[in-house]
Write a new protein. Structure first.
Ligand SMILES: C[S@@+](CC[C@H](N)C(=O)[O-])C[C@H]1O[C@@H](n2cnc3c(N)ncnc32)[C@H](O)[C@@H]1O
Length: 218
């Protein structure tokens, strides 16, 4: 099999994205590839917007070994499990989620990883989890009309100097009646007031009406 590391801890194996499993023998329902005594978990771009963004050619992916991440809208932790593989035991993910059901599933599915902290809270109110330390990356995947403002508020409160923010924008959650292109342009303009945009890609065919942005404070 042809294996190439395309970002720190993110591999392309015969053209499929994968991460090295932090907890051998544990997976969701993804395919496992065994190479040189290591387990690699295939990261499906149809099931994870971060994987879709990498597949669509983002040039900056700031999550690496030891990264501290604030993850807004972590849900059951599917994408976070790949971030958890990449950051290893030296890193940590603070996962904010307001659905009680999702948080229960998250706790069960990630307990063996040891680098994900579940936080049952509303990402619109960062003051409710103000105890979280400063992080290297704020990652946002919430379906909320205010999702750009939520990202900026959390980045302002928790991002270390030199840190990065990434977000998946769902145009239909912001305004279902308007053209996605227009929503994306407005979102970019809002972000540009305080951040430098490093990457912008749309996520089709993996996710329709979604875009993905990597940015950092100016
Ligand atoms: C698209 S799903 C996230 C999928 C997940 N990021 C993944 O790739 O595995 C969006 C999640 O955001 C959560 N959410 C939406 N608004 C939120 C808010 N204001 N605060 C916290 N969680 C929120 C939803 O409950 C849902 O679980």
């Amino acid at each position: 099999m042809k294996l190439k590391e395309i970002f720190d801890g993110v591999f392309s194996i015969d053209g499929r994205l994968a991460t090295k499993n932090l907890v051998k023998g544990r997976s969701y329902s993804e395919k496992i590839l065994n190479i040189g005594g290591e387990e690699y978990r295939v990261w499906n771009p149809d099931k994870s917007k971060a994987a879709a963004a990498i597949t669509k050619g983002i040039r900056n992916f700031p999550i690496k070994k030891g990264s501290k991440i604030l993850y807004l809208g972590i849900a059951q932790g599917q994408t976070a499990s790949y971030f958890s593989d990449i950051i290893g035991h030296e890193g940590i993910i603070y996962g904010v989620e307001f659905s009680s059901r999702a948080v229960s599933d998250l706790v069960i599915s990630t307990e063996k990883r040891g680098n994900i902290v579940s936080i049952k809270a509303d990402a619109r109110k960062p003051e409710d989890y103000s105890w979280v330390e400063k992080v290297d990356v704020v990652y946002e995947d919430v379906a909320d009309p205010e999702q750009v403002a939520i990202l900026l508020r959390n980045a302002g409160a928790f991002l270390k100097k030199g840190g990065y923010a990434m977000m998946a924008i769902k145009s239909r959650s912001i305004d279902v009646t308007r053209a996605p292109k227009e929503i994306f342009r407005e979102s970019v303009e809002m972000i540009k007031n305080t951040m430098e945009i490093l990457d912008f890609v749309t996520l089709e065919p993996h996710e329709v009406d979604h875009a993905f942005i990597v940015c950092r404070p100016r």
